[in-house]
Design a protein around this ligand. Structure first.
Ligand code: ARG
Length: 475
């Protein structure tokens, strides 16, 4: 770090290793320094740290605690620091522990005493809580928008495949035919709830801790509402002890992130299965797959496999943060410095994963013939035959039994229900007539389920359109 601007003669900060070292008789060992420092990972908070400091300085000037000249010096110094950081010219020092002290030290180097006045009425405890909230708010907004794009691309594909039939499974056994569009829209629902969870979490993230100082508040006549407003917070944290200590807002985010990854992981599992040559329902674009170094024929769905795997680390961060918090009495403890790496990694993982999935989903190549062929196996319309009998007056349990006999016969003959001639079907129940074939076909089966939440093509088109309307960028 260059020393281009001298500070005042009585410099008790710029010449010392630590901002707090006057109280101590011996320095910490290199290992302890490394153990306690966070600058290697919290430097990514630099931009929001500066933003928070400027809002604090503006407020201090507005109530006359610092002069307007100090405030404009702080603005000038911070602008230069931000530029140095963006250009990679800023020299981060582990001796200065964290992002806050690195920036403050440089500010003092650049502008002298005005830099030393910045920390009036503030502590790193309320400063770091403010920084994390500002940073997390932006991450939440980015992820909500990515979820919107993902839902949109799922809905577009669903609209194209509102009529495409695949076997629906329960217990991984063919159950009933569904439309592929309907299947895709199930994920659009999950991702909508994920976005709602993030939006709800944002309300609690978007509160200002500054003013809490170390833990008890401050004796200066601060204007917290002014700071909240200039940083875009919806309000202030209403208890200073709570403001500096609880990280529940970060835990909530990690929980929402874990659910996002859980949904992504389920979708990934399906993509992997669907792409297996044994199933062959879809193909993923080559840019999301890799080959094998030994088996020339392989095209592996690496991206969904990795996404499924990365769910583990995001789940882990949630547990780590819950565990970090559970034993802490009020108020701030250094334990909380451990909140950052997991939180950052959760946010990075969902951002990267969602960005990739937005693109990957729209590049899915669907193979409707293979889907249809699979739906024709496994007596997917057996329930439709039972429902048909019920509509002819047969009690459901009897109808169920009758169809079970029919399925057994088909199994012996190696054919589908719809392949049996009418006479054979009538042998199972006299009320079966020629209109039975309307319900035994795959198309008849899905078309009949035309209610809210049903799989009928007409319904899928309506739902897909609703999602498209909801997720248009202008909203
Ligand atoms: N680096 C610290 C953290 O991340 C900042 C707050 C430190 N406060 C303190 N009194 N040691 O939590």
């Amino acid at each position: 770090m260059s020393k281009d601007t001298p500070s005042s003669g009585q410099d008790q900060f710029a010449n010392k290793a630590q901002a707090w070292s006057a109280r101590f008789s011996e320095p910490v060992s290199d290992l302890v320094k490394r153990y306690t420092a966070s600058v290697n990972f919290d430097q990514r908070l630099a931009a929001v740290d500066i933003q928070g400091s400027l809002a604090h300085a503006d407020m201090l000037a507005s109530i006359g605690i610092i002069s307007q000249q100090d405030y404009s010096d702080i603005q000038r110094g911070m602008a230069q620091i931000l530029q140095e950081i963006e250009q990679g010219a800023f020299e981060w020092s582990i001796d200065l522990e964290d992002v806050h002290l690195n920036i403050e030290k440089r500010l003092v180097e650049l502008i002298g005493d005005a830099g030393k006045r910045l920390h009036t009425g503030r502590s790193r405890n309320d400063q770091v809580a403010t920084d994390i909230r500002l940073w997390l708010r932006a991450e939440i907004d980015t992820s909500i928008d990515l979820l919107r794009q993902l839902r949109r691309n799922l809905a577009e594909l669903a609209l194209q495949h509102a009529d495409t039939i695949i076997p629906g499974f329960t217990h991984l056994q063919v159950a009933q035919p569904v439309t592929f569009g309907h299947h895709l829209l199930a994920y659009a629902e999950m991702f909508e709830r994920d976005a709602q969870r993030l939006a709800d979490c944002r309300k609690r993230v978007n509160r200002l801790p500054l003013g809490a100082a170390a833990l008890a508040g401050t004796s200066y006549p601060i204007d917290r509402d002014r700071v909240a407003k200039s940083l875009g917070f919806d309000g202030v944290c209403r208890n200073s002890l709570d403001a500096v200590s609880d990280r529940d807002f970060a835990i909530e985010f990690c929980a929402a992130a874990a659910l996002i990854m859980t949904h992504i992981s389920r979708l990934s599992e399906e993509l992997v299965l669907w792409m297996s040559p044994r199933v062959g329902f879809i193909d993923l674009a080559d840019r999301f797959c890799t080959g094998s170094s030994i088996m020339p024929q392989k095209k592996n769905p690496d991206v969904p496999e990795l996404a499924r795997g990365k769910t583990g680390r995001v789940n882990g961060h949630l547990i780590a943060l819950l565990t970090l918090m559970k034993g802490q009495p009020l108020a701030y403890h250094k334990d909380n410095q451990e909140d950052k790496e997991g939180l950052f990694d959760s946010a990075d993982t969902i951002r990267d994963t969602l960005t990739i999935f937005v693109d990957m989903v729209s590049g899915i190549r669907v193979k409707p013939e293979a889907m249809r062929a699979a739906a024709l196996q496994g007596f997917a319309t057996a329930t439709d035959l039972a429902d048909y009998l019920v509509k002819k007056g047969v009690p459901f349990r009897d109808a169920h039994e009758t169809v079970a006999h029919a399925v057994r016969t088909c199994e012996e003959k190696g054919c589908d229900l719809a392949d049996l001639p009418l006479e054979d079907l009538r042998a199972f129940h006299a009320s079966i007539e020629s209109d039975v074939f309307d319900v035994l076909t795959l198309e008849g089966s899905v078309a009949a389920r035309n209610h809210i939440g049903g799989t009928a093509p007409e319904r899928v088109r309506l739902e897909a359109q609703r999602v498209l309307d909801e997720t248009s960028a202008v909203n």
